[in-house]
Design a protein around this ligand. Sequence first.
Ligand SMILES: NC(=O)c1ccc[n+]([C@@H]2O[C@H](COP(=O)([O-])OP(=O)(O)OC[C@H]3O[C@@H](n4cnc5c(N)ncnc54)[C@H](O)[C@@H]3O)[C@@H](O)[C@H]2O)c1
Length: 254
Amino acid sequence: MGDRLRGKTALITGAGMGIGREAAQLFAAEGARVVVADIDAKAAKETVSRIEAAGGEALAVVGDVAMESDVERMVAEGVARLGGLHVLYNNAGVLWKDRDRSVLETDPAWWDRVMAINLKSVFWVTKHGIPHLQRAGGGSIVLMGSVSALVGFTRAQDAYTCAKGALISLTKSLAIQFAKDRIRCNIIHPGIVDTPLQAPYLTDQLRKEFETGIPIGRIARPREIANVALFLASEESSYMTGAELVVDGGFTAG
Ligand SMILES: NC(=O)c1ccc[n+]([C@@H]2O[C@H](COP(=O)([O-])OP(=O)(O)OC[C@H]3O[C@@H](n4cnc5c(N)ncnc54)[C@H](O)[C@@H]3O)[C@@H](O)[C@H]2O)c1
């Protein structure tokens, strides 16, 4: 166990699986009390069990991050049970390649749902979470972007791309607004990561194609993104705000 987040409480959305679960376990191992927020109750509870088995402290809160009332309740439950909030890691997101395609093909209802989960959720989490960071005397907000926001792909996912792009602007706005309160806000842009989000699409052939285009030669492990989230959540990044960290094995450097 380390102590890079000792004394802090971190709320992580989408912490039932993938990068969020990895981050929840890592943050807890570094001393944080973790509010594991997810729409999937079983997955959230499993993350909490793993944290508790390793000697950490966590609480599962269940709801849809796209719904303001759910987010308000999840934040309130976390604060009431774990005491205050210092870190808001807005990790939850969906990638529905079959329904979210080019603007020419996407059903408006799916566009709205992707935007609600990937973008509006951050509105709700920051709206209800920031007052607690202010009360705590400061904190760190971490957003999840994507390399999709930085480069175009021939296989379009336009709603996902737009949501991730808008998060870059929101990162800078939050950074400027809340620096006076000692609240920092930064965004991570992962390349492709081996998680349940990608699993339905990652055929062996597609994995090979992706890996050919990545200078490091492989897709990322969830821990490699969670490590960067830990850095941004902790005081080690105390002079960083409004920044974008690209974690893509060199994919966008070429
Ligand atoms: N995996 C990648 O290749 C990749 C690449 C770039 C960016 N990202 C971003 O990283 C973040 C995490 O991705 P991941 O790959 O770990 O995803 P994942 O699908 O493996 O896990 C996402 C978690 O979010 C939860 N979730 C989904 N919708 C929710 C909702 N409406 N309310 C509450 N919880 C909800 C799911 O239940 C799940 O536990 C996302 O924002 C994603 O866009 C992922």
